[in-house]
Ligand binder design. Structure first.
Ligand code: NAP
Length: 220
């Protein structure tokens, strides 16, 4: 499958490693340009591209840049993606540590992914946001393994969500349907499921126990 990855840091880099190893055709971009991604390309066989080209023809696009950088992405960054493209958003809002205060999230009460959708002009599926980047390399397990981790996946488009859940299964993780994007506060920073290394039952329980209130440490 053709997959575009926008952001080649901790998460984007490790997804590039695993998805190329699975035989996918991966196009990867960062902010500084493809010439800065030669090492990752040599290691993985992925194709480094300018960010404007990362989504071209892709059936799945992963947007994995710091939240405050989402508005810097070129407008129309998803133009040219395949029909029915599923766009994965891995983002988290760290107002004090990294992103600064984002009014849409804090004053309008948008979930982080709803805010991101507004900038991308395309629906997203929220996944991997609570997954340690290293776990993408170290913790894949075959289906049915007793210690297989599960990841929550939220999104409004059932077809896109199903496509993302199938890809995550291929990567070696179970998934739990965490509802739509308006429900995705259940998997945001500092919720019980965030960083949780458990299976389907543990993740389901953690999602149910989440509180919509944003702790002071994660307000701007
Ligand atoms: N690290 C984790 O374990 C982890 C886990 C789950 C979720 N997340 C979330 O996932 C997102 C990415 O995290 P990360 O740790 O992978 O970030 P990171 O290591 O800081 O990497 C960010 C990447 O985004 C690229 N980027 C920034 N602005 C861009 C732009 N305008 N156009 C194209 N590329 C751009 C950067 O490119 P340059 O280097 O060229 O600027 C870099 O490759 C964040 O929201 C984070 O909170 C992280």
């Amino acid at each position: 499958m053709k997959i575009g990855i926008i952001g080649a840091g901790n998460i984007g880099g490790n997804l590039t490693r695993r998805l190329t190893a699975l035989g996918h055709d991966v196009f990867v971009a960062n902010s500084r340009g493809p010439h800065t991604l030669t090492e990752l390309a040599e290691e993985t066989g992925a194709t480094p591209v300018p960010v404007e080209e990362a989504a071209r023809g892709a059936e799945i696009v992963v947007v994995t840049v710091p939240l405050k950088r989402v508005p810097d992405l070129p407008s129309g960054v998803l133009d040219g993606a395949a029909d029915g493209v599923a766009v994965i958003d891995t983002g988290n809002y760290y107002p004090q540590q990294r992103d600064g205060r984002i009014a849409g999230i804090e004053d309008e009460g948008l979930t982080e992914s709803r805010w991101t959708e507004g900038h991308l002009g395309h629906p997203v599926v929220k996944a991997f946001n609570g997954t340690y980047a290293q776990d993408i390399l170290d913790r894949p397990r075959p289906a049915g393994a007793p210690d297989r981790m599960a990841l929550p996946v939220a999104g409004d488009d059932p077809a896109a969500k199903a496509k993302v859940r199938a890809l995550i299964d291929e990567l070696g993780f179970d998934t739990v349907d965490a509802g739509g994007i308006d429900d995705s506060w259940r998997q945001q920073l500092d919720t019980p499921v965030y960083g949780l290394r458990e299976g389907v039952d543990g993740v389901t329980k953690a999602l149910a126990e989440a509180s919509p209130e944003r702790p002071a440490a994660f307000r701007g």
